[in-house]
Design a protein around this ligand. Sequence first.
Ligand code: 5AD
Ligand code: SF4
Length: 452
Amino acid sequence: MPSVFIKTYGCQMNERDSEAVAAQLMTKGYAVASDEAQADVILLNTCSVRDAAEQKAINKMETLIGQTRKHNPDAVLGFMGCMAQSRGAELVDQLPDVDLVLGTQKFHRAGEYLEDLLNGRRDKVVDTDEEKGSEGAIREHLLNAQSESKAVTAFVSIMQGCNQFCTFCIVPYTRGRERCRSIEDIVAECRGLVESGVREVTLLGQIVNSYGKREIGVKDGKSAFVQLIEAVHEIEGLERIRFTSPHPKGYGDDLVDAYVRLPKLMENAHLPVQSGSDRMLKLMHRGYTRDRFLELVGKLRTAAPEMGVGTDIIVGFPGETEADFEETMSLCREVEFDNAFLFKYSRRRDTPAAEMPDQLPEELIEERHARLLEAVDEIRVRKFNEFVSRRMEILVEGPSRRNAARLEGRTRCNRIVVFEGGDRFVGQVMDVEIESTSPTTLYGNPAIINLN
Ligand code: 5AD
Ligand code: SF4
């Protein structure tokens, strides 16, 4: 029985794609390799959003080639995902030991190509073609493939691709145009997950609020995405629903209102703002203004005062002046994000921003990044400490990743809480009282009597 090792770079979409490929291979009889150096098949699921992510995967592959040549010369080595899609055959030219390059619409073909390669196929496989219907092919989960793990939470991919073409972003080129699965299909997948013990689903897409805009459309004043959430909300036994990422553009009042109406929808919004400067937002082709963004955050916090608000910000977009950067700083102070991911602008080939004048020197980007990081961190820690002494509802997910003797769960607003307790809590929704915090974790005490 061949064994497989998959390493994932990048976003939750990639995590989900890797899981689906792993599940597909498990059903074909593969085992999960505990040690990458011993695996018969080693796959790197890659990210292209920034150059650093691409370089990491390439360096990793070089190391793997060095290792397997010595100990495991028949191992099949492959790239899949975004960098596989954008670089294609170039990767094989650069690294002739690579056997497989699998694009973003081809994850479901991994099994058949690997079978050929393991059976001695000599020529390389590079498949980065478009494939109609591929958005519906990512549906297998590890927990459905007789795996040992009893997952409490699961990602569900509802759509693929992006039509927004932000000028800095490579994703529309690596993931292609927007394609959506049907509501029935997604609900059926969620139902299956719940039957296997899952209590929380996170609906994934590049811009989830564009879901089904053309194919399904508005009904009774509700966008297709809200119709989808409502349909998932009906599933008995499902406790929690999350989604990521929405786009501030086209974030309708119906989606704001969903937080008020639908108790299973968790109070957490990851809203990538990218910049606080209207001039930058326009050059980035984001489709909203600073005021519109602030108005949206205001509406969300009015609808759900406990709302955890997160964001992504790019520092050093071409032409960013000190004044533009100050606007981003002031936006962060005004919104007080619970969580902000900061990205140093990375020039991506074939994107419009790569050709824009005034590309900023690296030192300046570094310097602004450090200043913004200090500001957002200070805000995050201050807000985090406000949780101490509060009672919060969590869904218990399993043993803590840091200390397996403890359990870990998540608050409705997506904070990790670590606490002492036995296995019987796993999968349960319960209250904990927050006793202390570390920079990223809350520590709690179950707010019930008769523990053990
Ligand atoms: N450079 C830096 N960050 C980028 N992102 C997307 N493209 C780039 C780029 N070229 C960031 C955005 C996006 C997140 C997933 O990655 O902030 O929201
Ligand atoms: Fe990239 Fe913009 Fe699409 Fe997000 S919305 S994936 S940043 S092009």
